[in-house]
Write a protein that binds this ligand. Structure first.
Ligand SMILES: Nc1ncnc2c1ncn2[C@@H]1O[C@H](COP(=O)(O)OS(=O)(=O)O)[C@@H](OP(=O)(O)O)[C@H]1O
Length: 514
């Protein structure tokens, strides 16, 4: 009775609908007025509780309880990813749940409950529980799950952990289960459902009023196939029966002084874990050596490794070898061939997959051609480490433009953003603010968040357990001048990387101080 009272008094069209038996309009009307009705009577009927909630009504609730219109368009007129939605008549409207798939069979009552239940959340977000081994998980049902709105793709050792921690410090950004989900790099055989289970759920968005979540996996950037797969999968699953906008997340990349990045990677991916491992083995035999001893006897120096790699890269990139090998690898990729062709016609630099430069395994002892001489000259030194692909490309991963040229081919230019590590270091809060503006987030003062410190500094090992270092403690990263490399080799290195830096600045329209 109370429902009918509401309809007849508040929505005259519904009365007409009832008379003509037009059930569709009636349902809509019921949903729209149900909150008015519920405030008028505490005795709601079962009929109302079970009525399906229309998108329009759901949005109305959201705006009354969780969001404000101004959340959906920031001070620069930017809309956070996935919140903009064009309806059938091509008018822009806000999508009901932005990056999230609507909970299944949502009714007026359980929608209200979702919001109410979570009103007093305590920053602990829930993540769905999807077993990665369960390959048949039904990707058609992604209800309740939410997509990342940004992905920090790299480069490794440029400050990705810090930038991620700073961004999730924004009150409207929720963290992923781990900073580094690595889905497209190490788990791409898993379902999309598994990937999304690494992000907070629709309930968490509703309870906190968040606008987005995201992740940071520096293993994505170097690989052209990941550049393609990420966009392709996100768009394929965009609709999943719910007509979400067919968009990809925004892509963020950080560049850092190339030599400093190489040195950070040398320490983190090679020297430190290797010393740790060798020392553990020696300790079992009651032997103790200091770091210097290991550096002298068991570990290749930074200088030696840079020299070996530079040799291979010159051979590959200063000739047409890299181009030819890349073409060979990608000539069967449907998505890549037209890009090659178009660039050729426009006279643009050919795309290169730098991984093709390093060649195959030579033997058990020599995992890559570039180290042949080194391993023969110093047989007691060790080159095989667990993250060998990172070590083999210590210089290569500082040639940021090579992979990014692929990403820029595959994503709209205004959905990609380059951060300079040096700006992140010296003008931290401002730099994070600019990234936040790019993401369409409402303006927020990051000073308190960024002053907590630097993450994943120096000797920290483990991508998912960032160490935090106060910003005012001694600056973590060594200045380029204290990197153990001869002046001659440093000059060679710098001369080699310079044209690639320039290409990067031109590509991105942004110049860093190196
Ligand atoms: N705020 C800020 N500004 C500039 N630089 C910073 C910042 N925070 C961390 N760092 C330095 O970044 C290095 C770690 O980078 P990542 O977190 O991307 O590493 S990882 O690839 O995820 O392991 C690591 O470099 P090194 O210390 O030289 O190894 C950090 O010291």
């Amino acid at each position: 009775d109370s429902i009918e009272f509401g309809i007849y008094t508040k929505v005259p069209e519904a009365a007409a609908a009832l008379e003509t038996n037009n059930n569709g309009i009636l349902q809509e009307a019921i949903a729209v007025v149900s909150d008015v009705v519920s405030s008028e009577t505490s005795n709601r009927t079962d009929f109302e509780i079970a009525s399906p909630l229309s998108q329009q009504a759901a949005r109305k609730y959201l705006l009354e309880t969780v969001y404000e219109e101004k959340d959906f368009v920031n001070q620069d007129g930017q809309v956070p990813p996935y919140w903009e939605h064009r309806n059938v008549s091509n008018e822009t409207e806000i999508h009901t749940m932005g990056p999230c798939y609507m909970p299944n069979e949502i009714t007026a009552e359980n929608w209200r409950q979702l919001i109410l239940q979570n009103e007093h959340h305590d920053d602990k977000f829930e993540y769905s529980d999807v077993n990665p081994l369960y390959q048949d998980a039904n990707d058609n049902d992604l209800s309740n799950m939410c997509r990342p709105s940004f992905v920090i793709i790299g480069a490794g050792k440029t400050g990705t952990s810090s930038l991620y921690q700073y961004l999730v410090g924004h009150p409207k950004v929720l963290p992923a289960k781990n900073k580094q989900v690595d889905y497209y790099r190490y788990h791409s055989e898993n379902t999309m459902k598994w990937y999304l289970s690494n992000f907070p759920r629709a309930q968490d968005f509703l309870s906190s009023g968040a606008l987005m979540t995201g992740e940071a996996s520096p293993g994505y950037q170097p690989y052209p196939k990941i550049a393609h797969m990420l966009g392709h999968r996100m768009q394929t699953f965009a609709n999943s029966g719910q007509h979400l906008p067919k968009r990809s997340p925004r892509i963020i990349s950080i560049g850092r002084n190339p030599l400093e990045r190489s040195y950070s990677s040398y320490n983190y991916n090679y020297r430190d874990p290797l010393i740790k491992k060798l020392r553990e083995e020696d300790e079992k035999l009651d032997i103790y050596h200091d770091d210097e001893w290991y550096m002298q006897h068991r570990i290749f120096s930074f200088e030696q490794m840079v020299q070996a790699e530079l040799h291979v890269l010159r051979e590959c990139l200063l000739t047409s070898l890299g181009e030819e090998r890349t073409f060979e690898v990608y000539s069967n990729e449907e998505w890549a061939v037209p890009i090659f062709e178009r660039r050729r016609q426009l006279g643009q630099a050919p795309l290169i997959d730098i991984e093709t430069c390093y060649g195959d395994v030579v033997s058990d002892a020599i995992p890559r051609r570039q180290w042949t001489q080194l391993v023969q000259d110093y047989p007691e030194k060790i080159i095989n480490v667990p993250k060998l692909h990172v070590v083999q490309s210590m210089v290569g991963r500082s040639l940021y433009t090579l992979p990014l040229e692929w990403w820029y081919e595959l994503y709209p230019k205004d959905e990609l953003y380059l951060v300079c590590n040096e700006e992140l270091k010296h003008d931290t809060a401002n730099t994070v603010s600019k990234v936040s503006d790019f993401l369409g987030l409402p303006r927020f003062d990051f000073t308190e968040v960024t002053s907590k410190g630097h993450y994943n500094v120096g000797k920290n090992v483990g991508y998912n357990t960032p160490t935090q270092m106060p910003v005012d403690s001694n600056s973590p990263a060594p200045a380029a001048s204290s990197i153990p490399i001869s002046i001659e080799l440093k000059l060679q290195y710098e001369e080699f990387v310079r044209p690639f830096n320039e290409r990067l600045f031109e590509l991105t329209g942004k110049r860093c101080n190196w």
